[in-house]
Design a protein around this ligand. Structure first.
Ligand code: 7RM
Length: 652
């Protein structure tokens, strides 16, 4: 072996960042951010117009914004094709042969699709949809495992101007039926199954159950063979992806659609039981996800960017598919669980593919902390240059661990605040330009007029808690709730007059202007007339060395209005005891004040969570109030958690 080759191999073992990684960030300083931000708020149309102009338009727009509160139209008169922007426009240069998607299945299969290959597959599947009766504006349910075909199906819908509604593969047949009925979908795209912790999720079976119970608008089910599990195919209704794809051509012209053409509906839970169909449209949504991906993830051609979200969530739409692909990035997609077959799966993947950007959720980070650093230490994570967090406020302890143990103290952390409704990131640090700080999403993105208002509509002073609002429309904002304009107006625009968007989160700004998100407003307790964020108490609890995770809810209390109940899971190596119970109560009282001292602490093995990691406080509240859990529990990760919590409650 020649010396050259040997030294190359040595280099491979310890990752050498390409020169491109040390390139300066797009925005270079806090001062530069402030200047650009001020200009973008003074003239949002100028900022967003310049961003949108970086995309490919088949017809330029006449007007950047038409705003008749609460209804906005962006890039009015413009025509574009979203899939063309994610695919075709990367095919004219070197990016044509660049990896668009690097995929790993849970059992370990590996696939890479270049932009050229992805384009071809999307065109073919668009023709399959067309051949199966899908027309412009028809709704298509996508109920898939996290395989490249999920993204292919989304992009194929976009190519045809059909409206996708992805239903998360962890949801039940009732959720499929409810959503298909609500949006009157005509086609379902699914798979024979998907893998999760070594088991097959019976996706097709769930679709069959949904269609047996209703959803009569569905005329066709297209089934991808993923696991090879046996499925029942209903003649005249069900067809196989691989059969259909053989019958069609790979030519699918990207027709231009109006900027306001609907792109997708994504259902999300609200304060009532019925999920809201959040409607996003084309030009504005793409501009928002494109621009935020570019500035916040600072994507470069040498990056391997991994967003761990499933396409069933908004993060999977905006930052696994549309944002990174419109930027021509290489996206890593992993189908399975982080602890399968071992608790080091994520770190193994990062090492193997030299992942440079990791975007994940605090709930995952806290699980990693609980599992222990030894799983991380087995792997070389030196390729990482940037970390992201999303989904809930990240507690400073988890932030520090992420920074030190995963980021090796060299990677900035972008704590990104946004919602299904906002479509794109709204508040986040800009890596390399603005400072980061554990626990705060810091500063608003360009063009985002975020503020915190009190009950009367007045802007709060420094460190004064209030309601998070957005005072100007932004391109990726939701356009409505599908089929329910009244609910759209009531939920988001009624609280304050004059076209101010109510996010539903409580927050405060510190003296530097950083936004500290306290949590959902409906998670705020009122204890003896004092407003108390459940997230605050949770933060205090998890700052104790024994606590892995905590969820706090209110229990009706005669004297105080609400009593504070804390559900606590302990780190491995610690056991529940009376003494620890007392100690934790004292710990919270010490950190926040006596008012926050939990009345009850309940130790539990796990907390009930949605698959995106949000703790289902409604369930915990009902358990506390002694009630039987009712309503929609289909988003629960593990039903047994509820059962065991109810039992331990009864034993008290
Ligand atoms: C992206 C997503 C939205 C709600 C939102 C917040 C909470 C999300 C953060 C956060 C604090 C963050 N969409 N949230 N990100 N809270 N810091 N960085 O999660 O529609 O599913 O949820 O999530 O309460 O209102 S979502």
């Amino acid at each position: 072996m020649s010396k050259n080759i040997e030294s190359h191999l040595v280099e491979e073992r310890t990752f050498q960042p390409p020169a491109e990684f040390s390139k300066e960030a797009r925005v270079k300083s806090l001062a530069a951010y402030r200047k650009k931000y001020a200009a973008s708020i003074a003239d949002p149309a100028a900022f967003w117009g310049a961003e949108a102009a970086e995309l490919s338009w088949q017809k330029p727009w006449d007007t950047v914004l038409e705003w008749k509160p609460p209804f906005a139209k962006w890039f009015v008169g413009g025509k574009l094709n979203v899939s063309e922007n994610c695919l075709d426009r990367h095919l004219t240069g070197a990016r044509r042969n660049k990896a668009a998607i690097i995929w790993e299945g849970e059992p370990g299969e590996k696939r890479t699709l270049t932009y050229q290959q992805l384009h071809r597959e999307v065109c073919r599947f668009a023709n399959v949809l067309k051949a199966n009766g899908v027309k412009t504006k028809d709704r298509v349910i996508i109920y898939m495992p996290l395989v490249p075909e999920a993204a292919i199906a989304m992009l194929a819908c976009a190519r045809l101007g059909a409206v996708h509604s992805v239903v998360f593969g962890g949801f039940s047949s009732e959720s499929i039926r409810d959503r298909a009925e609500d949006c009157e979908a005509t086609v379902v795209v699914t798979a024979d199954g998907g893998y999760r912790r070594g088991k097959v999720v019976p996706l097709k079976e769930n679709v069959d159950a949904a269609l047996a119970a209703g959803a009569d608008s569905i005329k066709r089910v297209i089934v991808l063979k993923r696991t090879g599990s046996p499925v029942t195919m209903q003649p005249g209704r069900d067809v196989y992806w691989h059969d259909e794809i053989e019958k069609v051509s790979a030519v699918s012209p990207a027709k231009g659609f109006d900027s306001e053409h609907p792109l997708f509906i994504l259902y999300t839970s609200g304060s009532t039981g019925k999920p809201k169909g959040i409607l996003h449209t084309s030009g504005g949504y793409l501009t928002g996800t494109y621009s935020t991906s570019k500035y916040i993830f600072d994507l470069r051609d040498s990056d391997v960017y991994w967003c761990t979200a499933d396409v069933g969530w908004i993060t999977g739409h905006s930052y696994l598919v549309y944002g990174p692909l419109s930027n021509g990035a290489t996206v890593l997609m992993y189908e399975g669980a982080p602890d399968w077959p071992e608790k080091d799966r994520f770190w193994k993947i990062i090492e193997e593919y030299h992942v440079t950007i990791l975007y994940t959720a605090p709930t995952a980070i806290r699980a990693f902390i609980k599992w222990g650093d030894q799983h991380v230490k087995k792997h070389d994570l030196s390729s990482l240059r940037l970390l992201g967090s999303v989904g809930e406020p990240i507690n400073p302890e988890a932030w520090m661990w992420y920074h030190k143990v995963i980021g090796g103290e060299r990677c900035p952390i972008v704590d990104t605040w946004w919602q299904t409704e906002t479509g794109a990131i709204m508040i986040s640090p800009l890596p390399g330009a603005t400072p980061t700080k554990p626990g705060t999403a810091t500063l608003p993105f360009f063009g985002i007029d975020a503020a915190i208002l009190d009950e009367t509509g007045k802007e709060c002073g420094p460190n004064e808690g209030g309601k998070l609002v957005i005072r100007q429309p932004w391109p990726s904002m939701l356009r409505s709730i599908w089929g329910d304009k009244a609910r759209y107006k009531d939920t988001y625009w009624k609280e304050y007059a004059g076209g101010i968007y109510l996010a539903g989160d409580g927050a405060r700004r510190d003296k530097e202007g950083n936004f500290w998100i306290v949590g959902r407003l409906d998670d705020v307790l009122n204890v003896s007339g004092h407003r108390l964020g459940t997230a605050e108490v949770e933060g205090a609890l998890v700052s104790h060395e024994t606590v892995a995770e905590a969820a706090v809810v209110g229990r009706p209390d005669e004297i105080k209005g609400q009593a504070v109940v804390a559900f606590v899971t302990l780190k491995s190596g610690y056991a529940a005891s009376e003494a620890l119970n007392k100690e934790l109560k004292g710990h919270v009282a010490k950190i926040i004040g006596a008012i926050a001292r939990p009345d009850d602490i309940r130790f539990t093995a796990a907390l009930p969570k949605t698959r995106s990691g949000k703790i289902m406080r409604r369930l915990l509240k009902e358990i506390c109030a002694g009630g039987v859990v009712k309503g929609d529990t289909t988003t629960l990760e593990d039903f047994s958690v509820v059962a065991s919590l109810q039992q331990s409650g009864n034993e008290d």
